[in-house]
Write a protein that binds this ligand. Structure first.
Ligand SMILES: Cc1cc2nc3c(=O)[nH]c(=O)nc-3n(C[C@H](O)[C@H](O)[C@H](O)COP(=O)(O)OP(=O)(O)OC[C@H]3O[C@@H](n4cnc5c(N)ncnc54)[C@H](O)[C@@H]3O)c2cc1C
Length: 485
């Protein structure tokens, strides 16, 4: 039977290696590509402001690539099931297909939608477009989910050769629907009303074509030194593909195929470190699927009773969010985030550690700020990253391992160039002082034009004292022995 098929795009904003599209092409006379912008309360994790900006650009690019094939995107806004039914009624569709999402509320919603549409008499199918492995596919010897990354990844590596081949984008898509009821992209109101997005526009080119190009360039050049350069925020050492992976502009299967095509064995030099990071992404989804409470609750239940700071918490959160802590590496990271919607992984760990340990504020507050400001905000990776740093997640850095932001700066931003870029008020300080300007002599500060407490803040906490306080709070929780970080 040849169907009229609704192809429901969500976070798979590409035509390349899109299994729902590939399936639709096998049995459809007409394909109607649809995007529905659901109301914010349909899931508790509606995209934040930076993600909405990216989504707008990415939908624009997807619509253009569909137009190049003689069709276009039907855009709707409202309750997902109601909108799907409206489009089905308007087009006489007999099939609906989509690629799966894994956050708990969306999974629940999609299950209900699938049941409802099947009850309506439609053929419905969903596919894996976002992951190398379904979260339920990888299990330990007793059939339980993994909580330790290295064991999880060893099992994944054994399965890598069996991953389905990435399907190329089609040369045509059977069109034919009347799209007069489609909204315009602008009707979704995804772009900010106050135009704070200049930094995003200067930094990124969203869309599948750009993602493929960026992946190719990275794999042809920088991946060779990724193992050493990936920890250096002052260098362009990583792929910066996280927003493209989040929005499904490029599939991890395609990325893996590109790795193999260029470098052979994906688990050997020079690419094994990079592929292993894709493994952390898989692990994050594995954890979110099996422990769906973790976006708001610690995986390690002991942390539910942790003594977070209450006094002065709002003011501390505010200076952290706005890059005004007086601790240069942290401020540089938070300003990079605000300006570009992205932050280097090493710096994400340092700012998260400062928030949860030196400032003793709950990791959920940091995760919410990242959710609002990151263009790659991803419920699985963000939850895992925050719980890992706060010491309450799976395979986490223990709470008592506290990053020293000064030492991290000296090690990973050794000349201070990253701090100079994002904290220009410190730019004239020499490399040996830029990570801790409060140790500079008054003449040294004045020669560099730095006035602490005036044009750059004094540190919001004493790092040594607040470290001791954090360890004391940990002691109360557990009575454990300390280690230095
Ligand atoms: C507190 C905290 C919050 C984070 N929040 C997010 C988030 O919301 N979204 C997000 O995509 N990543 C998040 N990460 C993980 C990581 O920082 C980013 O994926 C990475 O910095 C993206 O840059 P890149 O694409 O250049 O990465 P590369 O180093 O080039 O890595 C390639 C890809 O692997 C994946 N990856 C890399 N590191 C990790 C990791 N530690 N965990 C999971 N996946 C990883 C990403 O998809 C990334 O694009 C967070 C990390 C921390 C410590």
């Amino acid at each position: 039977m040849f169907h009229t098929t609704i192809l429901w795009f969500r976070r798979d904003l590409r035509l390349d290696d899109n299994p729902a599209l590939t399936h639709a092409l096998t049995n459809s006379a007409r394909i109607i590509p649809v995007y529905i912008h659901a109301p914010d309360d349909e899931t508790p994790w509606a995209p934040g402001a930076a993600s909405r900006w990216w989504l707008h650009q990415s939908l624009l690019a997807l619509d253009q690539s569909l137009r190049d094939l003689g069709t276009r995107l039907w855009i709707a806004r409202g309750d997902s099931l109601t909108e799907l039914r409206r489009i089905i009624a308007a087009t006489g569709a007999t099939q609906a297909v989509w690629n799966r999402l894994y956050d708990p509320a969306t999974r629940e919603r999609d299950t209900l939608i699938k049941q409802a549409l099947r009850t309506d008499g439609l053929h419905c199918d969903s596919f894996n477009a976002a992951l190398l492995f379904e979260p339920w596919q990888i299990a330990n010897a007793s059939g339980q989910p993994y909580r330790v990354f290295s064991a999880f990844w060893r099992t994944c590596v054994r399965e890598l050769p069996r991953i389905q081949t990435a399907a190329p984008a089609p040369l045509s898509v059977p069109a034919g629907a009347d799209l007069t009821n489609s909204l315009n992209l602008a009707d979704l109101d995804l772009l900010p009303r106050i135009r704070w997005d200049q930094g995003l526009r200067e930094t990124w080119t969203p869309g599948a074509a750009a993602a493929l190009q960026q992946a190719a360039t990275f794999l042809d050049t920088r991946v060779a030194v990724y193992g050493e350069a990936r920890d250096r925020p002052d260098q362009p050492g990583t792929s910066r593909l996280s927003p493209a992976l989040h929005f499904g502009e490029i599939s991890p299967r395609r990325l893996l195929a590109m790795v193999v095509e260029r470098h052979g064995d994906p688990t050997a030099a020079p690419v094994e470190h990079f592929v292993r990071e894709l493994g952390w992404r898989e692990f994050s989804y594995h954890l979110l699927y099996h422990f769906p409470q973790t976006p708001s609750l610690p995986l390690d239940g002991r942390f539910a009773d942790f003594r977070w700071r209450t006094e002065g918490a709002d003011a501390l959160l505010d200076v952290w969010q706005h890059g005004q802590t007086g601790i240069p590496l942290v401020d540089a990271g938070m300003r990079e985030l605000w300006h570009t919607g992205w932050m280097h992984n090493r710096v994400r760990m340092v700012v998260a550690s400062l928030l949860t340990k030196h400032l003793r504020l709950p990791w959920q507050l940091g995760a919410q700020w990242f959710w609002e400001t990151l263009v790659d905000a991803d419920l699985a990776c963000n939850t895992q990253g925050w719980q890992w740093t706060a010491g309450c997640g799976a395979d986490a850095a223990p709470y008592f391992r506290i990053f020293n932001p000064v030492r991290q700066g000296e090690r990973f931003d050794p000349d201070g160039d990253y701090v100079r870029r994002w904290c220009p008020e410190l730019a004239r300080l020499p490399g040996n002082l830029i990570q801790q300007p409060w140790t500079a002599s008054p003449p040294g500060l004045s020669a560099a034009g730095v006035r602490l407490g005036d044009n750059y803040p004094l540190p919001v906490v004493d790092l040594a004292v607040s470290r001791r306080d954090a360890l004391a709070a940990w002691d109360i929780l557990k009575g454990n022995q300390h280690e230095t970080g």
